[in-house]
Design a protein. Sequence first.
Length: 73
Amino acid sequence: MELNKNMIIVGILVLLVVISAVQAFQLMNIKSNIANGGTSKVIKTTSSSSTSASSSSKVPTNLQNLPGMVGGC
């Protein structure tokens, strides 16, 4: 019974090490993409959404009801 508990603990630790290695690899990939300017798609989509929001002067209904939702301080 003691051996089974130790094997389970070792298995969980190995799994955590593998997951952290995969995440470290993904983080390095993201950093290299940012350094190479690979985020133009993200910047483009955020700028287009902000221009469409600023071009409309109408306030969304969920923002009009905001004081009522908060409690009307």
